[in-house]
Design a protein around this ligand. Structure first.
Ligand SMILES: CN1C(=O)N(C)[C@H]2CS[C@@H](CCCCC(=O)O)[C@H]21
Length: 125
């Protein structure tokens, strides 16, 4: 259980498709969203790459991280999280994310208003 490979959805309607993981826990994938912080037309999928920490043999105690490189805006979002198996066998990815937009100048960097942070749960599609 909690093999990350496959299709996941979140409450915002985003669809995430993750590749098989290699022996080091590396994976790639795509992220499709209909929700965006800017008005750009959102029709393309965005690539992601990430790692599952394989330190522990207990697959339900493993943590992961991945980065989505948005194809329709000048921004990236990093996610960190852990997979949990419910009593009924369904899996949930509890994540925290950080969205980074671009600052015009270094002076603006500290005030970059499009830093957004949040939490988000994914379930299998
Ligand atoms: C759709 N989303 C989603 O499924 N989230 C968990 C949050 C964190 S990434 C953000 C979308 C950012 C799109 C790129 C941009 O607006 O700059 C939002």
């Amino acid at each position: 259980q909690c093999n990350l490979e496959g299709k996941w959805k979140n409450e915002l309607g985003s669809i995430m498709t993750l590749s098989p993981l290699d022996k080091n826990g590396f994976f790639t994938g795509t992220y499709h969203t209909t929700v965006t912080a800017n008005s750009n037309l959102v029709t393309k999928e965005s690539p992601l790459m990430g790692n599952l920490n394989v330190f522990t043999a207990d697959t339900q105690q493993r943590v992961f991280g991945f980065l989505v490189n948005w194809t329709f805006s000048n921004s990236v979002t990093s996610f960190v999280g852990q997979c949990f198996v419910q009593k009924d066998g369904t899996e949930r990815l509890q994540t925290t994310w950080l969205l980074r937009g671009s600052a015009a100048t270094e002076e603006d960097n500290w005030s970059q208003t499009s830093h957004r942070v949040g939490t988000n749960v994914f379930t299998r599609l």
